[in-house]
Design a protein around this ligand. Structure first.
Ligand SMILES: [Fe+2]
Length: 190
């Protein structure tokens, strides 16, 4: 069966409506979940050939599909090279990630220190889960995770954030050095 056509503009309109209607973040994420899956399954509405060639330096590439003028409601496609990933990081906003192609391992971390020392952070990995096509990960504001493509193939996922990640002041973490430092994405040029 062909997936239902669900253009990014329609997803963005639905997201705007839900954000205006639902104040509670947990409820909002639950409402976005089925829409994120619908959009991920309808890859023909947004996939571009260049997504098959992620940035070899960064290990992944981020493609902007939609962003409001105030940088809210960022819809991004992210493709990952084999055996590459991210350091542990937070987002400074909520996020909904849906698998499209391949497998992505998510490691989830708990912050242990009291956040009183700038640039210092202790985090500990507490859970791990592999997400495949059509599987949705909802992330509350403040959640810390890392993403790895452990396979020999590209992976691709569809990401929705409450705010574009380069405008939230979010962090990446170095668990060994116990450091917290800013985390900015290099976006693929359009
Ligand atoms: Fe993330």
């Amino acid at each position: 069966m062909e997936p239902e056509v669900y253009p990014i503009a329609a997803l963005a309109a639905d997201l705007r409506r839900l954000c205006a209607e639902i104040a509670d973040e947990h409820e909002l994420l639950a409402a976005i979940r089925p829409l994120a899956r619908r959009s991920a399954l309808d890859r023909n509405s947004w996939f571009e050939e260049r997504m098959n060639f992620p940035d070899t330096q960064q290990g992944f590439s981020v493609y902007r599909l939609h962003e409001e003028a105030d940088h809210s409601l960022a819809i991004l496609a992210v493709s990952w090279l084999p055996h590459r990933g991210t350091p542990p990081h937070d987002h400074g906003t909520w996020g909904v990630v849906t698998g499209v192609d391949g497998l992505e391992r998510n490691d989830f971390y708990r912050r242990l220190d009291d956040r009183s020392r700038p640039g210092y952070a202790e985090i500990k990995c507490t859970a791990s889960r592999i997400f495949g096509p059509g599987e949705v990960l909802t992330m509350s504001t403040g959640l810390i995770h890392s993403v790895h493509n452990d396979t020999n193939h590209l992976s691709l996922s569809l990401h929705i954030y409450g705010h574009h990640l380069n405008y939230t002041g979010r962090s990446q973490f170095d668990p060994e050095q116990r450091r917290e430092i800013p985390f900015l994405l290099k976006l693929a040029t359009e």
